[in-house]
Design a protein around this ligand. Structure first.
Ligand SMILES: Cc1cc2nc3c(=O)[nH]c(=O)nc-3n(C[C@H](O)[C@H](O)[C@H](O)COP(=O)(O)OP(=O)(O)OC[C@H]3O[C@@H](n4cnc5c(N)ncnc54)[C@H](O)[C@@H]3O)c2cc1C
Length: 506
């Protein structure tokens, strides 16, 4: 089996393929594993380009077993933060989205007693959705069938909650509040106001359960653990090898051609690389089908990011207990990357001492950006550099409004643009999570095979709207299961020693 890409999906597919006896080679164009799950170092500061929360970080959550099989957990220490996000208003007004749902309810009711009905329904929905992924602790030792039966009422309530909320967006819910501050603040809880409430509520349910923590050491720790597990399972991986074409004979994938012209033959090809490049470049657009073509023509993607990080000689404790940081208003609006901002979101990594020298912190701002603009700028290296410098200066102007004196404490500045993401990971327009989750595509998956093409499969964030680390890892598992089923093989999984040995998946 040849697997294109050593991101989370490709490494996961490689691990499960090895567990099931396939001989595997992963071809990765970069010089290291992880794809989007990555970090880099500047002037003694480590900039994490990915993980804020790892869904499945605690035993009992269904994804925990996936991370165990992949050798990721147990491993790094996991930090559960008290707050998801803090949205600040004028004066000392603040909406604090606590990870603890009881505390969140009390806080929301304190802000807006007049909206008690909506608030209680929202909290009840979070609790019910949480029951979809957790069985009561008291029955943890029961046999599997009894556990399942005992969980059924909870699952039913969870499904009803999903149905109730599935067509509601964050901005629609925000506008339902009578309280003016809550109405304005709630829309900033996520970067994407049109995101489905279900996505937000599931995340809050997992935070409440302590199952969406942060792995100390960050993204590289995850990527390295995955690579280690794959190599221990006997897989082969080649770095610095860009696949230029998927070889097809008689409508069956038979291998790949690398950029330098060499060929690598295979019985099965799995692409865990960017979906658009796989379908329209590596396969020349010959196996698309109407439905998939429509998706690629019109469905929205997560916009690429302008990612600005500062290493500051300050520890910013006010940001250290939060998953995604704070959103604060700007008294003097700033224009960054051609967009005017009246508020801005920032996060800091004070909770992970491995990312900065003692007493210092990485402070980060991520803004939706425009790939076409940066692609045009990149034609002229001087213009590109100067646009990056300008963006960093404007972001710093904005941060100074909330953290006076910060500019004097900046020891490191790093700007990554949509071109950076596209160059290092090959993702279409530099998108950071593939297809944007919407109320229309919620729960939907794209096909992992292409019409008319045999011996070929796809995995990763471009086959599951919403993307994310567990989704990518799960898709690697699912694709190998599908490959096993196609050749009537029993799909098996194993846990790394010393956790356990081989066991069958049912
Ligand atoms: C800023 C940021 C924050 C995020 N935060 C979180 C978070 O907190 N929690 C979470 O769950 N998710 C988060 N994500 C999303 C998550 O990182 C991704 O959804 C996930 O890593 C996607 O994995 P993947 O394997 O599908 O794709 P990728 O990571 O894109 O992997 C694809 C791999 O294929 C390689 N490749 C591409 N083309 C070729 C080719 N032609 N030949 C050879 N190799 C090729 C690439 O180099 C890459 O290594 C975040 C992402 C970003 C950018």
């Amino acid at each position: 089996m040849v697997i294109i890409g050593a991101g989370v999906a490709g490494l996961s597919a490689g691990c499960y393929a090895r567990m099931n006896g396939y001989s595997t080679t992963i071809l990765e164009m970069h010089t290291r594993p992880g794809g989007l799950c990555t970090q880099w170092t500047r002037n003694g500061y480590v900039i994490d380009g990915c993980v804020h929360w790892l869904v499945g970080s605690a035993p009992g959550h269904p994804f925990y077993r996936l991370w165990q099989e992949l050798g990721v957990l147990p491993g790094p220490s996991i930090i559960d933060r008290e707050v998801f996000v803090r949205v600040e208003g004028e004066g000392d007004k603040a909406l604090v989205v606590y990870s603890d749902v009881d505390r969140l309810q009390a806080h929301l009711l304190e802000i807006a007693g007049e909206d008690a009905g909506q608030i209680k329904e929202f909290i009840r929905g979070i609790r019910r959705m949480g029951r979809l992924t957790s069985a009561p602790r008291s029955i943890a030792h029961w046999p599997r069938v009894l556990r399942l039966l005992a969980s059924l009422p909870g699952i039913l309530l969870g499904v009803l909650a999903l149905r109730r909320w599935r067509s509601v967006t964050v901005s629609e819910f925000a506008s339902s509040f009578e309280n003016e501050f809550l109405r304005e603040a709630f829309v900033h809880v996520l970067d994407f106001p049109e995101f489905p409430m279900v996505g937000l509520m599931m995340t809050l349910a997992w935070l409440d359960q302590g199952a969406a923590g942060y792995p100390v050491g960050g993204s590289q720790v995850l990527a390295d653990a995955l690579e280690r597990r794959y190599l221990e399972l006997g897989g082969e991986i080649q770095y610095g090898e860009r696949v230029a074409e998927i070889l097809v004979e008689n409508d069956a994938a038979v291998g790949v051609r690398l950029q330098d012209g060499r060929e690598e033959r295979a019985d099965v090809v799995v692409s865990a690389a960017d979906g658009h490049a796989t379908i329209f470049e590596l396969l020349g657009g010959r196996y698309v089908g109407e439905r998939l073509q429509r998706t690629y023509d019109s469905d929205p993607i997560f916009p690429p990011l302008l990612h600005v990080a500062f290493g500051v000689a300050r520890d910013l404790p006010e940001l250290s207990d939060s998953v995604v940081g704070i959103v604060f208003p700007l008294h003097e609006p700033v224009t960054i990357d051609c967009q005017r901002h009246t508020s801005i979101a920032a996060c800091a990594y004070g909770f992970d001492p491995s990312l900065a020298p003692p007493g210092k912190t990485v402070l980060k701002v991520m803004l939706p950006s425009d790939h076409a603009r940066w692609a045009a700028l990149a034609e002229d290296p001087d213009a590109y550099r100067s646009a990056k410098e300008d963006a960093a200066a404007q972001v710093l102007n904005a941060l100074e409004q909330r953290f006076p004196g910060l500019a004097d404490e900046v020891e490191m500045t790093d700007v990554a643009t949509p071109i950076t993401w596209a160059r290092y990971t090959g993702n279409w327009q530099g998108s950071f999570e593939g297809w944007l989750l919407t109320t229309k595509n919620l729960g939907r998956q794209l096909p992992r095979t292409l019409p008319g093409l045999r011996q070929f499969y796809m995995a990763g964030q471009w086959v599951v709207p919403g993307g994310g680390l567990p989704t990518a890892a799960q898709s690697g598992r699912t694709v190998v299961r599908q490959i096993c089923a196609a050749s009537r093989k029993r799909f098996v999984t194993s846990l790394p020693a010393p956790i356990g040995g081989e066991d069958a998946d049912v």
